[in-house]
Write a protein that binds this ligand. Sequence first.
Ligand SMILES: Cc1ncc(COP(=O)(O)O)c(C=O)c1O
Length: 404
Amino acid sequence: MHPFLEHVNPALGSLLKALNMDKTFVKGEGSWLYDEKGDCYLDMVSSYGALPFGYNPPAIWEALKQVEKTAEPSLVQPSFLGAAGELARRLVELAPPGMDKVTFTNSGTEAVEAGIKMARARTGRQGIISTYGGFHGKTLGSLSATGRASYQKPFFAPVEGFGFIPFGDLEALQRVLAEKGEQIAAVVLEPIQGEGGIVEPPPGYLRQAQELCTENGSLLIVDEIQTGLGRTGYLFLAAEEGFTPDIITLAKALGGGLFPIGAVLARGDVFTDDFGNKHSSTFAGNTLGARVGIAVLDLLTEREGALLQEVREKGKRFKKGLEEIKEAHSRVIREIRGRGFLLGIDFDVSRFNLPETLLGIMGDQEMLTPVLSSHLLCQEQIRVAPTLNGDTVIRIEPPLNVKD
Ligand SMILES: Cc1ncc(COP(=O)(O)O)c(C=O)c1O
């Protein structure tokens, strides 16, 4: 038996086996993965957005090798962390104006946890509001903000103090702030719901949510862990809306596809001494992660941001192609959604519109998108994946530097 199936995750392993997706990839290069037989696969998942430059990007490896060459020490807390300081400065220079403090973490979920703690320490309030279908991670705090009951139930989440509103609905936000305002520390929103099925809110939603939060003395945490750092063709979608959120969370792409790192950016007045003195993490701000983060920002901003421009253009072309497919198959494809290289195909397949078919049954049983992913992997050698909270949606997230 494969050790992954036996010792790491029998539940996921069995599902992958049943779907014929139990491949072991032994080599990855750019947008391509190779299995044990040497067959190659085009990757359109990017590890859910964590591979901005594909597999084994030479420039990121170079940043890691450079640390070895110079013998810069990596885990030296407590002290003034040089590389972490440099990365923090680069981030605040690139972030919407007014962002001033950066707390490093080792993953996305920890960044959300830290954001929640920061908001509670600043406001002296407990309440956290997030959205149905939203995804913010799977440790207890961020899981409590993740809007899917099936992920929460076995773990007694949500923990106390969490509530949900519909995504994109400013009136619902206004209502909850009017009713429970003085208990609400923060509202957590994604600029585009990634795992929720690549769902875009109405234009101006984030900026107006920030205004409502500010009026109420609550903070807005914009979770750009999936949308940020180039995935949608921009570094920060909040910046595109022309405002500065109280808190922004980042992770995924910041690790350049090789090293786990997350970050919480906050306005100076949001970061309290209480948070600074009482929040910590042994591995956070380590030199390898920070040097990788700096190399990622270099790549994203070199040639005046040419890569981001390419993502915007290629994403538009890709989306247009998908829309043509949708027109040809409008009976089973409801919508093509997303921006840049965060795209989603929303299928409309059920026993209602495809009666007496296996596809219709799979649609009703939430198995259609896993089976389609399996088909594309095994027959076309293309990796795609369903979104975690949106069962009818296939995500398309190629590396940002994927060739035409
Ligand atoms: C928007 C968003 N927030 C948080 C997370 C959690 O990040 P991680 O898996 O690194 O804990 C994810 C992961 O998919 C995400 O998409």
